[in-house]
Design a protein. Structure first.
Length: 151
C-alpha cells in the first residue's frame, strides 16, 4: 500500500533524508536545515497504530513540535518503519528540569513523582527530561520527544 501510494522510501535511500543526527532507543534521526526526520523502529510503541495514536496526542499537547507523517521505510517482507518529520529548532540547547517542570505546570500538568513524569488528569506524559526538551535562544521550550498515553 505504501509503495502504491508513493509513501515508501527504500532503506537504501533513508540517508538522503538528511545528515544522520542523534539517535535514541526508538528513533534514528536525519537532520536538514529546516527539519528533523525520525525513522521509528516501533520499539517503545509496539505497533504502527499505537505509534500513530501517540503522534496524535503529541501534536495535540505540543503543537509547536507537531509531527508530520513523511512515509515508510524498511525491508521488504520483514520490517516496516514509519518516518515522521518535525521542524528543527534552531540554536537550541537542552532545557533544565526546572524549566521543564515550570513549562509543564503552565500547560496544566502536575508532576507525578519521578523527574519528567506529569499528568493533567486526561493525559500522562513521561520522559519529559532535558534530552527531550529544547530551549531556544529566547528561552522558549519545545518538547521534541515524550511518551504519552491517555490517563
Amino acid at each position: 500500500m505504501a509503495k502504491a501510494g508513493g509513501y515508501w522510501i527504500p532503506m537504501s535511500q533513508v540517508f538522503d533524508l538528511g545528515v544522520p543526527g542523534a539517535s535514541g532507543n526508538e528513533n534514528e534521526t536525519y537532520v536538514t536545515d529546516g527539519f528533523v526526520y525520525k525513522v521509528n523502529n516501533l520499539l517503545n510503541s509496539g505497533s504502527i497504530v499505537a505509534q500513530l495514536r501517540k503522534i496524535l496526542m503529541h501534536n495535540l499537547l505540543f503543537p509547536d513540535t507537531a509531527y508530520r507523517f513523511h512515509g515508510f521505510t524498511g525491508f521488504d517482507g520483514r520490517i516496516v518503519q514509519p518516518i515522521f518529520r518535525q521542524v528543527r529548532i534552531e540554536n537550541a540547547r537542552p532545557a533544565t528540569q526546572v524549566m521543564i517542570d515550570t513549562y509543564m505546570s503552565a500547560l496544566g500538568f502536575t508532576k507525578t513523582g519521578a523527574d519528567g513524569r506529569f499528568s493533567n488528569g486526561e493525559y500522562e506524559v513521561w520522559d519529559v527530561i532535558p534530552r527531550n526538551v529544547l530551549a531556544d535562544k529566547d528561552g522558549d521550550l519545545f518538547v521534541v520527544d515524550a511518551e504519552i498515553r491517555k490517563g
